[in-house]
Design a protein around this ligand. Structure first.
Ligand code: ATP
Length: 362
């Protein structure tokens, strides 16, 4: 049985539906992320897990127990917010000890538990500092330690890194991964940052308009977005208007891209002739060369480089093929000088394996 089961949960504010019939489950020990743009309902869903909001219908079941009538302070669940919410007049040790004091633990047990958590978040030498004497990243580690100190079944994290600068955020992401592994507590993490979600999570639920659009591992979501929204939202992706010509009966279909012609694509579901949709294709899955040998199972085009965007390690080439169709490609720059391989107006060929992209619908 899953640790957490969210069953047909609906939350309305007036006549606006913020969470629209969401069902999903989270396994014990998972690092699970709710990812989506602002307003998609991810925070509302998290707040229902914490008990700060009540669902209008549906159930939230934790460890087999329906949480509907359990108030926030009685749930074995803690939340870490972006704003840290530390007590400014307490030292780091006192902050972390606070929940255990409230719960009436004895002083010796509190002290040993606090030291263990300080070690987990690598802040042992900062135990006697006050929050204002620490950096943002350190304060967030204290907040996380305090939320973990009584070993909740579930830790909810609501955009905990968004107040930190990019460099520190990356460092904290590594620390969070390691901390979660070490303590083994199930994390449910909310973010609008797709890079963060891909880096941290065992599984991601991509949300839009109160619904889950796709729930998968980061690799599957990145490689095989299930619909147009996910393809557009996660990373760079060519999203080319396409129409199904015919299913081939072997898990592939022939599609037509206006201005480009017909090509084969692998399918992850049923399609019907005439069905309209898009080919979703990641730039880095496309080969680019002056002359490419055509290999079995590849889609192949001649084209011209319209624009180049040099990014140091890689260059993005916008290649025009067929009748005005522009396809974004991305290649590593060539060592040792890391120069780009092509220039504007160069004649090139591009190719991709038929199963490198997905046919997606709305
Ligand atoms: P953000 O990243 O901006 O916080 P989110 O995906 O977390 O976005 P929610 O905070 O869950 O989104 O909000 C979902 C929708 O519900 C939004 O349109 C928001 O305005 C609305 N909403 C949230 N809380 C309330 C409330 N208490 N009363 C009315 N509307 C609300």
């Amino acid at each position: 049985m899953a640790l957490l089961e969210i069953k047909n949960v609906v939350k309305r504010f007036g006549d606006f539906t913020a969470v629209n019939n969401v069902s999903l489950s989270v396994e014990a020990g998972e690092f699970f992320t709710l990812l989506g743009p602002s307003g998609c309902g991810k925070t509302t869903l998290l707040r229902m897990l914490a008990g700060f909001e009540q669902p209008d219908s549906g159930q939230i079941v934790l460890d087999g127990q329906d949480m509907s009538r359990v108030p926030p302070e009685k749930r074995p669940v803690h939340t870490v917010f972006q704003s840290y919410a530390l007590f400014p007049h307490m030292t780091v040790r006192q902050n972390i000890a606070f929940p255990l004091k409230m719960a009436g633990w004895d002083a010796k047990k509190i002290a040993s538990q606090v030291e263990e958590l300080l070690e987990d978040v690598r802040l042992t030498q900062f135990g006697d500092r006050y929050p204002h004497e620490m950096s943002g990243g350190q304060r967030q580690r204290v907040a996380i330690a305090r939320a973990l100190v009584d070993r909740p079944r579930l830790l909810l994290l609501d955009e905990p890194l968004s107040a930190l600068d990019a460099k520190l955020r990356e460092q904290m992401q590594i620390e969070l991964i390691n901390l979660q592994k070490e303590v083994g507590i199930t994390f449910v993490y909310v973010t609008h940052d797709q890079g963060e979600a891909l880096a941290l999570s065992h599984r991601i639920a991509v949300m839009s308009h109160g619904q889950v659009e796709q729930l998968d591992t980061p690799e599957t979501i990145y490689s095989y977005p299930r619909n147009r929204f996910v393809a557009d939202f996660i990373g760079q992706c060519n999203v080319l208007e396409a129409e199904v010509v015919a299913g081939n009966g072997d898990g592939t279909a022939t599609i037509e891209i206006k201005g480009c012609g017909r090509m084969r694509v692998a399918l992850r579901g049923e399609v019907a002739p005439g069905q309209k949709g898009w080919l979703a294709l990641r730039p880095e899955k496309i080969k680019v060369g002056r002359a490419l040998a055509v290999e079995d199972g590849e889609v192949h085009f001649k084209g011209r480089v319209n624009d180049c965007l040099y990014l140091g390690d890689v260059t993005i080439y916008l290649v025009e093929v067929g009748d005005g169709v522009v396809i974004e490609t991305m290649l590593p720059n060539s060592a040792p000088g890391l120069a780009k391989l092509f220039d504007d107006q160069d004649q090139v060929e591009i190719a991709w394996r038929f199963d490198a992209g997905s046919f997606v619908t709305e």
